[in-house]
Design a protein around this ligand. Structure first.
Ligand SMILES: CC(=O)SCCNC(=O)CCNC(=O)[C@H](O)C(C)(C)COP(=O)(O)OP(=O)(O)OC[C@H]1O[C@@H](n2cnc3c(N)ncnc32)[C@H](O)[C@@H]1OP(=O)(O)O
Ligand SMILES: O=C([O-])CC(=O)C(=O)O
Length: 375
């Protein structure tokens, strides 16, 4: 891993623009949002403060934060036409596809008419994405049409409340808060880059976010938390986990939740979410899933010097809170929408259409053959 070749495939190691939002791996394994270390934010901030920091450029004072939270709380309702669309989506649809459709439909109903509306359009998205996924989930799985307004101040507690029909415990609300902070922003990752490419054509914010959701969905990116859970959920002991992991490595399978395009020795988010996963394991009296996860981490480091990324211990943490596996990646969306939008604002403020070149590998000259003479 240490002598990884930079450049070439995947644009790795190449700068594709400037950002004042985030540094990834600059100080070894560090992560900062607008200069604030992720560890400090995870310990001291609320997700709403972090969202404000990313979107509005500074930490809010108390009055600003109160007003921001009040605004988000007032915008959780779903337009009737959006509810109708969500009710058409089948139960077996992937929730990320529901998020994608929800963001896109909102763009039809509440179109961003000018870039002056970008902050308001983003606040609306942050407020309403939990409503979109929970409305669809509860309707398709339980046949109920839920009210999407709650009294919870935080996005995380609000999401759990909608999902379960009751306010969460303080522990669960705290874990959601940290989780949303950890997932909020990560420089030029694939989904954010998607959003910036879309923004560079001067497209609307809903198109940028809809495209970004599509990029986040894949198992090499945000979908890894769900894929990691699918892998570990059947393993009944650390010994079984070790055997299975060794088999996967021998077969040269990719193991989801490990490795990173930028970090080389660790992902700073892992230590934080792992700590919360352990707390939740103790809370629910788990003696299997957490030790299995820890063994996976040990085996991957021992065998391949590959480390857990942000997604791996998110799997067990969400599972301990009773969140259905297929809703894991939509939670990532609820958080990362703040980073995506902040990058869209940045792109718009200093825009040039993103249009790289390609190295051509096709034929030099092709002969035209009339259709009736073709093989
Ligand atoms: C929030 C996030 O999006 S974090 C990322 C979430 N994604 C995952 O967890 C999916 C699993 N991980 C991966 O597929 C990769 O590590 C990625 C996509 C994250 C990064 O990809 P790259 O930058 O191409 O990885 P990198 O160049 O460091 O890989 C080096 C070698 O390690 C291998 N490797 C990297 N990750 C893994 C893994 N999880 N399991 C097995 N082997 C791996 C690669 O196959 C490569 O081997 P090779 O040179 O023989 O092909
Ligand atoms: O930066 C990346 O490539 C992926 C990642 O960890 C993230 O988007 O949070």
């Amino acid at each position: 891993m240490a002598d990884k070749k930079i450049g070439g495939a995947g644009l790795r190691g190449q700068s594709a623009g400037e950002t004042a939002l985030c540094t990834v791996g600059q100080t070894g394994s560090g992560l900062t949002y607008r200069g604030f270390d992720i560890k400090e934010l995870a310990e001291k901030a609320t997700f709403e403060e972090v969202a404000y920091l990313l979107l509005k450029g500074k930490l809010p004072n108390q009055a600003e934060l109160d007003a921001y939270i009040a605004k988000l709380k007032s915008q959780r309702g779903l337009p009737a036409a959006l509810k109708t669309v969500l009710e058409q989506i089948p139960k077996d649809a992937h929730p990320m596809d529901v998020m994608r459709t929800g963001a896109s439909m909102l763009g039809n109903l509440e179109t961003e008419q000018s870039f002056d509306e970008q902050q308001d359009a983003t606040d609306r998205l942050v407020a309403v994405l939990p409503s979109i996924i929970c409305y669809w989930y509860r309707f398709s799985h339980e046949g109920v049409r839920i009210e999407t307004e709650t009294d919870d101040d935080s996005v995380g507690a609000h999401f759990l409340h909608l999902l379960r029909g009751e306010a969460p415990s303080k522990l669960h609300a705290d874990v959601m808060n940290v989780s949303l902070i950890l997932y909020a922003e990560h420089e030029f990752n694939a989904s954010t880059f998607t959003a910036r490419v879309c923004a560079s054509t001067l497209s609307d914010i809903h198109s940028c976010v809809t495209g970004a959701i599509g990029s986040l969905r894949g198992p090499l990116h945000g979908g890894a938390n769900e894929a990691a859970m699918a892998m570990i959920e059947d393993w009944k002991s650390p010994e079984e986990a070790e055997r299975e992991m060794m088999g996967k490595l021998e077969r040269k399978e990719k193991i989801m939740g490990f490795g990173h395009a930028i970090y080389r020795t660790s992902d700073p988010r892992n230590e934080i979410i792992k700590h919360w996963s352990e707390k939740l394991a103790n809370d629910v009296g788990d003696t299997v899933l957490y030790p299995v996860s820890v063994r996976c981490e040990e085996v991957m480091w021992r065998e391949k010097k590959l480390f857990c990324n942000a997604d791996f211990f998110h799997a067990s943490a969400y599972h301990f809170m009773g969140i259905p596996t297929k809703l894991f990646t939509p939670i990532f969306v609820m958080s990362r929408v703040t980073g995506w939008a902040a990058h869209v604002f940045e792109q718009r403020a200093n825009n040039r259409i993103i249009r790289p070149s390609a190295d051509y590998t096709g034929p030099e000259k092709s002969e035209w053959v009339p259709i009736e003479q073709r093989d």
